[in-house]
Design a protein around this ligand. Structure first.
Ligand code: C5P
Length: 233
């Protein structure tokens, strides 16, 4: 049995829409991901809204600024019931250390996860910003730096799972979007793995949005994915 769990990406426009969507899923799903869209619309209270419904909240803010500003932003989240938070590893080791320290202090138990190279960046995009390495090599460099700077894990593409697990061992959490059940539409995702493949390759959490958000029966879709990754029997 793998130790992989499902996170629903709540890519919806409003709190009311999200609450209505989540009501029938209570007890069917443990984790939800809140991104910039809902956070900038409703502010940090949105974290409490979903936590009060019993969900564990992954706050995907991808913070990237000077170390003091990132640490201060995390301190401003003090007491918010969020269980995971993202920052950009490109902020550098000092920023990552300060972020990890601030989270330990202000958000005890919250995992701080690093984003390495956005999957929207290809060789040409990296070259344009003066990074001569291939995206894969840049991901490996930033992954090492993240773990050595005290982050709890990384957000990565499912294709990167084998190399990152080999490199980092079993400890760091690896969170993977870019997941599609075998019968689901690809939407705008290109290189995807199925939930079962990602779990087998060592994903700690799979992030799934549209295959659940657009499902005729979202509760059944959650059940099927959670069964596929061994989260439920
Ligand atoms: O609907 P879908 O399952 O494609 O949603 C995936 C979620 O993961 C979205 O919230 C998207 O922004 C996020 N994500 C991604 N690819 C990345 C990083 C994040 O799809 N490389």
């Amino acid at each position: 049995m793998s130790n992989c769990e499902l996170i629903l990406a709540l890519d919806l426009e409003t709190r009311d829409e999200a609450v209505a969507f989540l009501k029938p899923l209570q007890g069917k799903l443990r984790h939800v991901k809140v991104g910039l869209q809902l956070f900038t619309k409703h502010g940090p209270d949105i974290v409490n809204t979903f936590a009060d419904m019993g969900y564990s909240v992954f706050l995907d803010l991808k913070l990237h600024d000077i170390p003091n500003t990132v640490a201060s932003a995390i301190k401003s989240l003090r007491g918010r019931p969020c269980s995971m938070l993202t920052i950009h590893t490109l902020g550098g080791p000092e920023m990552m250390r300060r972020a990890a320290d601030a989270a330990r202090d202000s958000l005890p138990g919250c995992l701080v996860l690093g984003v390495t190279v956005l999957t929207s960046m290809d060789d040409a995009q990296l070259a344009a910003i003066g990074v001569p390495r291939k995206p894969e090599a840049q991901v490996e460099l930033l992954a090492d730096l993240a773990v050595n700077s005290g982050l709890n894990g990384l957000v990565c593409s499912p294709q990167e799972l084998p190399v990152l697990r080999r490199r980092l061992g079993a400890g760091p959490r690896l969170v993977t979007p870019g997941i599609r059940p075998a019968d689901a539409s690809l939407d705008d995702q290109n290189r995807v793995l199925t939930p079962a493949e990602a779990a087998r390759l060592g994903s700690s959490y799979i992030v799934v949005g549209r295959p659940i958000l657009k499902a005729a029966n979202p509760a059944l879709a959650c059940d099927a994915i959670r069964r596929e990754i061994g989260e439920i029997a």
